[in-house]
Design a protein around this ligand. Structure first.
Ligand code: NAD
Length: 253
């Protein structure tokens, strides 16, 4: 029997969507997984599915933009599951609006969850990774980082996360830690369903319209993204760092 301790992965925003699929995939890859989310009831459902498939997981309630909650969540994870070796910064929100209608609250909420959240989470876990001489940080950017109408706040945050990722790669590489970003295009989740509702069209119609502009002629699934995260979180990707992997069914212009 192997004596290697099970590596611990922390996935933020793992109660549903891309985060839940990623948590389940990392558990299937052999990690013990901390399912961190604001929504603890749905987080417990992700944990239940992982356990049903023979995995080990812990639901942790926390707001990634709150320093105190992040520090205590990471301390609890280290205590109950073990020191984090993988961090997936996935928690996210949208507050879309054209610039002239965008409020300061819309701007701050998006900036706080994505940028402040990824900063606080990464700062809290990196000390465990440095001690272990190994770590993987994967951060969810977006094709919107290249610019998207109605998303000045979100595009700025997702582009900011690319700069954050490259800087982590430079600072932490010497400790055996890699940092990469995954930038999805259109993925069918509650986030994109809510966008369809705001546009006043059905989710099916929205997906069909978007698929027509995607070279592979379909929208993405949470599992498409989980597959990319799994590679970047794994042992074998140790020489890939500071990269942005677009998972968008084609190149973006
Ligand atoms: P989703 O809305 O389905 O899920 C997001 C999860 O994050 C929810 O469970 C929510 O409770 C959690 N969350 C939100 N704020 C939080 C906070 N402050 N602290 C802790 N948890 C919080 O979204 P999704 O579509 O699965 O997107 C996941 C990530 O992928 C996000 O970062 C999003 O920006 C990014 N992304 C999504 C798409 C897409 O098309 N769906 C495309 C590109 C990038």
């Amino acid at each position: 029997m192997s004596t290697t301790p099970q590596r611990v992965a922390v996935v933020t925003g793992a109660a549903r969507g891309i985060g839940a699929a990623t948590a389940e995939r990392l558990a299937a890859d052999g990690h013990a997984v901390a399912v961190l989310d604001l929504d603890t009831a749905s987080g417990a459902e992700t944990v239940r599915r992982i356990a049903e498939n023979g995995g080990r997981a812990l639901a942790v309630g926390a707001d990634v933009s709150d320093e105190r909650q992040v520090e205590s969540a990471v301390a609890r994870i280290a205590e109950e599951l073990g020191p984090p070796a993988v961090l997936v910064n996935n928690a996210g929100v949208l507050r879309d609006n054209l610039l002239f209608r965008m409020t300061v609250a819309d701007w701050d909420t998006v900036s706080n969850v994505h940028l402040r959240g990824a900063f606080l989470m990464t700062r809290a876990v990196q000390k465990h990774m440095v001690d272990a001489g190994h770590g993987r940080v994967v951060t969810l950017s977006s094709s919107s980082a290249l610019g998207n109408r109605g998303q000045a706040n979100y595009a700025a945050a997702k582009a900011g996360l690319q700069g954050f990722t490259k800087t982590l790669a430079i600072e932490l590489g010497r400790f055996g830690i890699t940092a990469n970003a995954v930038a999805p295009g259109f993925i069918a989740t509650e986030m994109t369903a809510a966008t369809a509702a705001r546009m006043g069209i059905t989710f099916e119609e929205f997906q069909e319209r978007c698929a027509a502009d995607i070279p592979v002629r379909r929208v993405g699934t949470p599992d498409d993204v989980a597959e990319a995260v799994s590679f970047l979180a794994g042992e074998r990707s140790g020489f890939v760092s500071g990269q942005v992997l677009y998972v968008a069914g084609g190149p973006l212009c």
